[in-house]
Design a protein around this ligand. Structure first.
Ligand SMILES: Cc1cc2nc3c(=O)[nH]c(=O)nc-3n(C[C@H](O)[C@H](O)[C@H](O)COP(=O)(O)OP(=O)(O)OC[C@H]3O[C@@H](n4cnc5c(N)ncnc54)[C@H](O)[C@@H]3O)c2cc1C
Length: 317
């Protein structure tokens, strides 16, 4: 423990005075969907965009920053994240209907956004079952049931590491299957989405079906980050060309390698869905990452195919 903290405290961090919340040595496992991970040297929840810009423009440029959303696609390593971890709070969750688009704060929960829009006849039902925040959904180009965030994205507000703020168009970035070209040190604060009208009853029906479907096929009550590995062939949201070929599913490759229910420490390959890596209760980030690496090796030996992590691993061991 002593070692871990001495490493994290190597930055003699002089912090700008802000209106938001700052906490030192903040345990990130409290926020992580997998309930693992060490502390952030500094955790910062800005009050608003102005506060965030001020903080960044007055922060020593050698100090690394990392933005988290709901941590539903992250394994935060046991040694934590050195530097500043930024999380957007409730003031970044506003939803506004404009004449030509819908604007939503990057800290808004995907499922909440989908439900509010549904009542007003805007169909973002695919977001109902994705547990992250809108900012994370843009960065990851989250999607399911044939829809991807980038299919509706018109523009976004970004704050760069030096505190400068930009309003950019979706076409300024590249989006692919679970990827985007948004720089890692840029913070999305707000996005604009195309209005996608549908009958509210129809949207509600789609959302209930999606929830039921997840419940039957996925271990949604376990601690996980959803799909651990990318499907070797996935749909690119730009063009639909690869959409029809789903012959190579990561879960099938993992199952064929005999890994259903396989465990390392408290980490386990779900028996219900083999592309879900779960924390059975006492897993460390190391257990989870080691198990993921073991899966990659065994699947490679068994099928010749190298799986690629969809979950991001961040921080130090
Ligand atoms: C049960 C379960 C089911 C899931 N099902 C799906 C699914 O069907 N489809 C799917 O695509 N994903 C799925 N996921 C994965 C996850 O929910 C998505 O990847 C989600 O979009 C991540 O959002 P987040 O807010 O949790 O981001 P985090 O996990 O906190 O971060 C992910 C990445 O986004 C970046 N990021 C977060 N917020 C911002 C921001 N404001 N600005 C810039 N970068 C940011 C982080 O730096 C990191 O690189 C599932 C996860 C779980 C637990």
């Amino acid at each position: 423990m002593k070692n871990k903290f001495s490493q994290l405290n190597k930055f003699n961090i002089n912090l700008p005075e802000v209106r938001g919340v700052i906490k030192k040595n903040f345990e990130l496992s409290r926020l992580s969907w997998l309930r693992v991970g060490g502390p952030a040297s500094v955790f910062f929840q800005p009050e608003d965009e102005e506060d965030l810009c001020f903080f960044l423009s007055n922060l020593d440029s050698s100090i690394p920053i990392f933005v988290i959303g709901a941590c539903s696609n992250l394994i935060i390593r046991d040694g934590g994240i050195p530097g500043i971890v930024i999380k957007l709070g409730k003031n970044f969750s506003k939803i506004k209907y404009n004449i030509n688009d819908i604007s939503v704060g990057a800290g808004c929960r995907d499922s909440y956004f989908a439900q509010i829009c549904a009542k007003d006849g805007f169909d973002f039902s695919f977001l109902r079952t994705i547990p992250g925040n809108i900012g994370g959904a843009v960065k990851m180009n989250a999607g399911c049931y044939g829809s991807y965030l980038s299919d509706y994205l018109i523009g976004l507000t970004l704050i760069r590491r030096d505190g400068s703020k930009f309003d950019l168009k979706a076409s300024d970035f590249k989006f692919g299957y679970r990827t985007s070209s948004i720089p890692d040190d840029a913070i999305i604060t707000n996005i604009k989405l195309r209005k996608n009208r549908n009958d509210p009853l129809m949207i509600e029906k789609k959302m209930i079906e999606a929830l039921d479907n997840r419940n039957v096929t996925q271990p949604i009550k376990d601690l996980s980050c959803g799909s651990t590995f990318r499907n070797p062939i996935g749909r690119s949201s730009l063009g639909n060309k690869l959409d029809n070929d789903h012959s190579l599913k990561a879960w099938k490759l993992i199952d064929d390698a005999g890994l259903r229910g396989y465990k390392i420490g408290g980490a386990m390959i779900s028996k219900k869905h083999t592309n879900f890596l779960i924390n059975t209760g006492k897993a460390t980030a190391k257990d989870l990452e080691d198990l993921g690496e073991l899966v990659i090796n065994k699947v490679k030996k068994n099928s010749g195919i190298e799986l690629i992590w969809e979950i991001k691993r961040v921080g130090i061991t």
